[in-house]
Write a protein that binds this ligand. Sequence first.
Ligand SMILES: Nc1nc2c(ncn2[C@@H]2O[C@H](COP(=O)(O)OP(=O)(O)OP(=O)(O)O)[C@@H](O)[C@H]2O)c(=O)[nH]1
Ligand SMILES: [Mg+2]
Length: 217
Amino acid sequence: MPVDRNRSTPTAGDRGAANPFAGATFVLSCAKLAQLPADGLPEIAFAGRSNAGKSSAMNVLCGQKQLARVSKTPGRTQLINMFDVPGGRFADLPGYGFAKVPKDISRAWGQLIGDYLQGRANLRGIVQIMDIRHPLTDFDVQMLEWSAHRGLRCLVLLTKADKLRFGAAKNTLLKVQRALGELPDVQVQLFSSTSRLGLDDARQTLHDWLVASAPVD
Ligand SMILES: Nc1nc2c(ncn2[C@@H]2O[C@H](COP(=O)(O)OP(=O)(O)OP(=O)(O)O)[C@@H](O)[C@H]2O)c(=O)[nH]1
Ligand SMILES: [Mg+2]
């Protein structure tokens, strides 16, 4: 039976009015750029390694449990999934770097992400999701460099921070901040979709991006 992905369960403990992304809805899945909505709404893309926690982060940011599909199997999100949020749109990008994916499929994903990052005019920023236990893969760094080259803002979420002791998480945060210090417009923070660490800060940053992108009357 098909799952109606617009019917989502609110996350327990969500503070409702404080969430700027409450009421987010699934729009569509696209395999090609031509299928993306053409209305020019400001977009924020969630990028990162397969299984890093992109879909989980998007769900918790929107205060919904099953808005984007979460899976224990890496490589599950293979299309660009678009979600309407107040003031713009979120794009859940297919994850990269999953070794068991056949080469030709892997190439097609890379092409899709590359085309999207380079060609999507209404793209306003990137949320780069990194598993805090495996930060800064080569492709993570390449994504950040592409984004900086295009003048996009970037928020790095070091997610699954619940898996580390707080001191170890803080050390990784400092290490990643130092490593990315040269790149303009990059912010790095701790995050956990499970414990909700960093949730309010991340929501505020993304909300500010969309507000800054809104047309002035
Ligand atoms: N402990 C913990 N587990 C998490 C967190 N975020 C995600 N996970 C788990 O990590 C796995 C992958 O999460 P997804 O959100 O599906 O990851 P993804 O990056 O969207 O994966 P792909 O769509 O395959 O690229 C799932 O088993 C999640 O439950 C987190 O903050 N803490
Ligand atoms: Mg996913």
